[in-house]
Ligand binder design. Structure first.
Ligand SMILES: [Zn+2]
Ligand SMILES: [Zn+2]
Length: 610
């Protein structure tokens, strides 16, 4: 499993960060470094060493932030577009994201070559083969050390073999639960090989864009293409497209993991479309083009031998008799057929979102006060904010006891009086779904909230039937307004729990419970592949940040991105309702709840349709 080693380390990008011109000059000398600087280290060699320092530091007691800082700086160094020697000469190392004074000094020392004494001392303590194990989800340094001392495991290969042979299960102090977890972690790590979460991909491409702007001022319209532009939840294809006004032809070059396509202005549309993909979408368009005697290639659009001017992507689609297809929908399923019938969905946009729901404050595990979160939401132009701290049984996350709910509600009422209708805080809670599907407070407490987000945070290993029944019970609870992160999956960390998603979606539609699209880039749950089904069944969706700080309010952008990818239109989004509409919506739920309570002893009197 040596390839896994690459995946599980953040060393996602082996190989030196080169500029094309550098590569060419290397070609002539056959050397990797220019001859006069034989002892000097390249950016990627230094990145390897910084990462090693960070990973070794993680095994040592002390400051865990130090370990993370080195790994982060290593990742930034791998994405450098500008030559490192230039940055060092200008004393500009600290302009690299994540590089502060201490790490800048270390980089300079490493750059000059020679031995790094502190690193050598670290190396004497631990075998190198333990480091990649840090990349296995759920495997902490303490457990890795235990595996090493009890079973002599010193590499990923040995770890995988020990899992296969049941050695870990049989060892006292380790056990079968750990063996299962490691087996699952190894699988997830190999699936994640070379793939980044959306925010990571954005950071790589933003850094490359910034550097290109400084380094190549002639480039215009530097634009993100590839998987990220299509809002794929995991990104393996990192691409930028830019206009090179002087260029006669389209060309491409590589900067570390990023491919840059350049072209004259008149080809920008076709080149961008090609670099955005997906391969299937582009192949289907090329097929359609061929029937019209048009050639759609990576370098542009041609009719016979003549280049067709396509400064915008719209021009390419128009030449093929199609309306513009938003990048998120370009997966090569049925989007071209739908486009030709004029049946593409009108995708929700950021402007459509009036408010933001599901966020945490320092009452539970958030970093900011309610007022700070509300101010931040107002600055972002939202008309309302729905706070949803954790409920009482979430001890690990400071879930709210009764008195705390009362205090929070007093604060909300005072703030709402101050806002005089210009903005409103809605009283919500993220209630744990208990083992039997009940919510985490009695009805007289649930009654005090404007809305309840019901979420599973425990008992992930229930069987499919039991898990499905449990979640549907929570959905049918008349106080539930939103179902939080439906499957519980965490990308590259753990699969979702075993649940019949379609049955849960049917229940959500029947009980008028909105299905969350959670904006944490670990979650992005509900997965976009289910959105069309959810819409067909009649569900509303809620585009939520699940923010634990002010900065995380902006996680809404990722939830929005995948909602668009799932084809979600504005009129099916709970938080696209205006303040008045959502108050009316939540009020109507309250009235029907009261009516149901009066007319029937059972709050579950509604039957599931379909
Ligand atoms: Zn949650
Ligand atoms: Zn939450």
């Amino acid at each position: 499993m040596p390839r896994l080693l690459l995946a599980v380390c953040a060393a996602m990008y082996p190989g030196r960060t080169t500029r094309k011109s550098e590569t060419r000059s290397e070609g002539t000398t056959g050397q990797h470094e220019r001859l006069p600087c034989m002892t000097k280290r390249s950016a990627s060699e230094i990145a390897d060493l910084l990462e090693e320092i960070g990973r070794r530091a993680a095994f040592e007691a002390g400051n865990p932030y130090k370990a993370k800082a080195y790994v982060r700086a290593a990742a930034s160094l791998r994405r450098l577009v500008r030559p490192l020697d230039e940055l060092i000469r200008e004393g500009a190392l600290e302009t690299i994201p994540g590089v502060g004074a201490a790490i800048a000094k270390r980089i300079e020392t490493l750059y000059r070559g020679g031995t790094d004494e502190p690193l050598e001392r670290m190396r004497a303590k631990l075998p190198a083969g333990l480091l990649p194990m840090l990349g296995i989800p759920g495997l902490r340094p303490a457990i890795i050390l235990k595996l090493h001392s009890l079973l002599g495991i010193s590499s990923l290969e040995e770890l995988a073999a020990a899992c296969r042979n049941g050695k870990i299960a049989k060892t006292k102090g380790l056990g079968s639960a750990l063996e299962r977890k490691i087996g699952q972690g190894l699988k997830i790590a190999s699936e994640g090989e070379g793939r980044l979460r959306m925010n990571q991909a954005q950071a790589v491409l933003d850094q490359a864009t910034d550097e290109l702007k400084r380094l190549r001022p002639a480039l215009r319209k530097i634009t993100i293409a590839g998987d990220l532009r299509r809002s794929c939840e995991l990104v393996s294809d990192l691409r930028l497209v830019a206009i090179e006004p002087e260029a006669g032809e389209a060309a491409k070059e590589k900067f570390g993991p990023v491919t840059l396509h350049t072209c004259p202005a008149g080809r920008f549309g076709a080149v961008l479309l090609h670099a955005t993909g997906s391969e299937r979408h582009v192949a289907q368009l090329a097929d359609a083009a061929r029937k019209m005697r048009i050639t759609l290639g990576p370098g542009g659009l041609r009719r016979g031998a003549r280049n067709v001017s396509t400064p915008r992507e719209e021009d390419v689609y128009a030449a093929l008799g199609l309306p513009f297809i938003p990048p998120e929908l370009r997966e090569g399923t049925d989007e071209i057929a739908r486009a030709s019938k004029g049946a593409l969905p009108q995708l929700v946009t950021m402007k459509d979102l009036s408010g933001v729901l599901h966020l945490h404050t320092d009452f539970s595990d958030g970093a900011n006060t309610l007022e700070e979160m509300a101010d931040a939401a107002r600055e972002r132009g939202y008309a309302y904010l729905g706070v949803a701290d954790h409920s009482q049984s979430a001890h690990y996350a400071g879930g709210l006891q009764l008195e705390e709910i009362e205090t929070q509600h007093e604060i909300i009422e005072a703030l709402n009086r101050r806002y005089r209708g210009r903005f409103r805080i809605l009283k919500g809670i993220e209630s744990d779904i208990l083992a039997d599907g009940a919510l985490d407070y009695p009805p007289d407490v649930l009654e005090r909230f404007d809305f309840v987000v019901a979420s599973v945070h425990s008992r992930f290993r229930l069987g499919r039937a039991e898990q499905t029944k449990r979640i549907i019970a929570a959905v049918s609870n008349p106080y539930t307004a939103i179902l939080g992160h439906l499957t519980g999956r965490q990308l590259l960390r753990r699969p979702g729990y075993d649940v019949d998603v379609e049955a849960v979606l049917k229940a959500c539609a029947a009980y008028g419970v909105a299905v969350e699209i959670n904006g944490s880039t670990w979650r992005l749950d509900l997965d976009w592949r289910w959105h069309r089904k959810a819409l067909e069944l009649g569900c509303m969706l809620s585009i939520n940040p699940d923010a634990h700080s002010i900065a995380e309010l902006d996680l809404v952008r990722w939830a929005l991105a995948v909602a668009r990818k799932g084809g979600v239109p504005k009129d099916r989004v709970l938080n696209a309702m205006s303040l008045q509409q959502i108050q009316h919506h939540l009020g109507a739920r309250r009235t029907s709840r009261d009516r149901r309570a009066r007319n029937s002893r059972s709050p579950r009197a509604i039957t599931l349709s379909g």
